[in-house]
Design a protein around this ligand. Structure first.
Ligand code: AMP
Length: 272
C-alpha cells in the first residue's frame, strides 16, 4: 500500500467480518468508484461480541470470500490474526457517547465500543483516503462518522445503501442462521418498517402510537420479540415523536436466537 501511496493513488477501504454477500460487495463498488485502489478487510472482531453472543459460531469462509473480492476488483485483502491486532495486555477502549447509546446499545451495551475500537485501529493501520460502511448498520455508521470526526482521523467515511433480497429482507451474514420457517417470517421486518414509514408521514401522525402498532405487527407476523422500533433524526440518532426532513426508522427484532436489524428513511410529514 505504501507503493500505491508513493504513486499518488487514492486508497479505499471496506472493513467487514467476512461471510461476504452482495451487501458487502456493493460497498466494494462504491470504493472502486471513489478511489484508485481498494483494500477489503476481513476480521471477526472479538471486541464487539458479548460472551453469550455468536463469536465462535459466526460464519467464516476466507477462501470463498477472497474469490468473491478478487472477482469484484479488490486490489488487496487484509485478514489479520487476532494475535496480530491484540497483544495479551491490550487495554484501550474507544467509547462514542450519544450516537453510540440507545437503540442497539440497549441490548448490546459493549457492541459500539468494540466497533469503534477496531475501526479506529483498522483506519490507523491502513490509512485509507476513504472507508465505506453500509447503511444496513445505520447506528454503526453514525458511530464511525462521529469517531472519525472527533479523533481527526483523516479518512472520508462513505455510506452505502442497504442491499436487500428480492423479498425485501436486508442481506446479512446472520441470515444463514434462519430456519426455513424463520426465513419466511423475516421479510416482515422491512414490510413493517415501510408501513410505519407511511403512517408517520401522514399529517399529525405521532410516533408513540405507531411504535406500539409496529411492535405488535412484528410479533403478529411471527417475530419472537422486538428489541426496539425507534424514529430518529438521521445524523444524531436522537428520538423523534414526529417525522422531520431527515427522519429514519431503526428496528431490531428477534427470530428465535437470531437478531435482525433494519432501517429506512422516512419522507417528511405531509402538510395537513
Ligand atoms: P459485517 O461483515 O456484517 O460487519 O458488515 C461489513 C460492512 O458491510 C458494514 O459496513 C455493513 O454495514 C455492511 N453491510 C452488511 N450488510 C449489508 C447490506 N445488506 N447492505 C449494505 N451494506 C451492508
Amino acid at each position: 500500500m505504501s507503493e500505491w501511496r508513493g504513486e499518488g493513488r487514492s486508497i479505499g477501504a471496506v472493513p467487514t467480518m467476512g461471510a461476504l454477500h452482495e451487501g458487502h460487495l456493493s460497498l466494494m463498488d462504491i470504493a472502486s468508484r471513489e478511489c484508485d485502489r481498494v483494500v477489503a478487510t476481513i476480521f471477526v472482531n472479538p471486541l464487539q461480541f458479548a460472551p453469550h453472543e455468536d463469536f465462535d459460531a459466526y460464519p467464516r469462509n476466507l477462501d470463498g470470500d477472497a474469490g468473491l473480492l478478487a472477482a469484484r476488483g479488490c486490489d488487496a485483502l487484509f485478514a489479520p490474526e487476532k494475535a496480530g491486532l491484540f497483544p495479551p495486555d491490550f487495554s484501550t477502549n474507544i467509547s462514542v457517547a450519544g450516537v453510540g447509546e440507545n437503540h442497539c446499545a440497549v441490548a448490546r451495551p459493549h457492541f459500539f465500543d468494540g466497533v469503534a475500537t477496531i475501526v479506529a485501529k483498522l483506519l490507523l493501520i491502513l490509512r485509507p483516503d476513504a472507508a465505506v460502511f453500509g447503511e444496513k448498520d445505520f447506528q454503526q455508521l453514525a458511530v464511525i462518522r462521529r469517531l472519525v470526526r472527533d479523533l481527526d482521523i483523516d479518512a472520508r467515511i462513505l455510506g452505502g445503501p442497504v442491499v436487500r433480497e428480492g423479498d425485501g429482507l436486508a442481506m446479512s451474514s446472520r441470515n444463514q442462521y434462519l430456519s426455513a420457517e424463520e426465513r419466511a417470517v423475516a421479510p416482515a421486518l422491512f414490510r413493517t418498517l415501510k408501513q410505519a414509514g407511511e403512517l408517520i408521514s401522514a399529517p399529525g401522525a405521532q410516533w408513540p402510537e405507531i411504535r406500539v402498532w409496529a411492535r405488535k405487527a412484528l410479533v403478529d407476523s411471527g417475530f419472537s420479540s422486538v428489541d426496539y422500533v425507534d424514529l430518529v433524526e438521521a445524523a444524531t440518532l436522537e428520538m423523534l415523536d414526529r417525522a422531520g426532513p431527515e427522519a429514519r426508522i431503526l428496528a431490531a427484532a428477534r427470530l428465535g436466537a437470531t437478531r435482525l436489524i433494519d432501517n429506512i428513511a422516512v419522507a417528511a410529514a405531509r402538510a395537513g
